[in-house]
Design a binder for this molecule. Sequence first.
Ligand SMILES: *Cc1c(COP(=O)(O)O)cnc(C)c1O
Length: 334
Amino acid sequence: MAYIHIHKNNFEHNLNQLALKAGSKERLAVVLKDNAYGHGLTIMAGLAAEYGITQAVVISVEEAETIRPYFDRILILNGTPFPDETFSFAVTDLRQLATLDPAARIELKIDTGMHRNGIAMGELEEALAIIRDRGLGLVGVMTHYRSADVLSSEWYWQKKNFESVKQTVRSSGFKNVRFHSHNSAALLRSKRFDEDIARVGIAIYGYNELPDGYDPVLLRPVLSLHARRTSTRRLDAGARIGYGGDYTVSEPVTVSTYDLGYGDGWRRGDAARAYVTAEGLPILGRVSMDFISLAGDRESVCIMDNAQAAAHHFGTISYEMTTMLSPSIPRMII
Ligand SMILES: *Cc1c(COP(=O)(O)O)cnc(C)c1O
């Protein structure tokens, strides 16, 4: 079986860097949605808690229940609110406010420009009125940036919108409401972070997706992906490997098959533009559902130790490379 190593030292290094940016580790809410971006939900929750992180963000109630023992506070981005000591729920649509349980702890998500989820800025006063009338448990107000990772003024425009949201909420007399808007890119580019928490995802896993031109914050990839040899053969010149025989051997060579494929969440890609593993071995021919072929006969190979570099090859982003990795691949802390 292919396997994943989780490099604990690199994770701690990244959290150190981000805590410096945020002002303290108490202000970091680690985003562990989607199986911790493919790194393994329980493993990453355990490591974060061990480091001293007290807050997390997930997508579902199921994820939140899995990591409940590790954190004081967990924000659920997409779940139906219910009363809970540890959980709070993002509310992204005005219509939810009419029916939700008043004993649930909610965080209003405001659409300050991304137009994906969130209550329109023009509906904020109405939302606050419903919250007051129904006695709902408002504990936070948040927004999400659409282009914090793009070198332009757009981020400043959305930040300004959120500042006006904060003013409206404060002047409406709500107390003990926390405000948060920063994802990784926003935290990495901010000079003076002054919100209650930052919701950091991709950066904790070791990727800085900001273009050149910002203060570089050096992060280290937390995950490496490995595969094991299942069989080896000697092939003569002219032999063709795998489905479609896309790869033709040009001279006698030893070729081994390794147990990773698109069924494990690895990209099938394009056999004509071979992916080259972390150790410099091009994948020979097509990627199968559970197997790939590589020259040589090593017992195990490192397929990827930097998801950003791999993403570059496949024309995607680091987020997708790691999040796609099957939860059934064993993950080990080293
Ligand atoms: C996924 C997500 C984040 C984390 O984004 P990164 O770019 O990975 O840091 C923060 N906030 C919300 C609402 C998200 O959905």
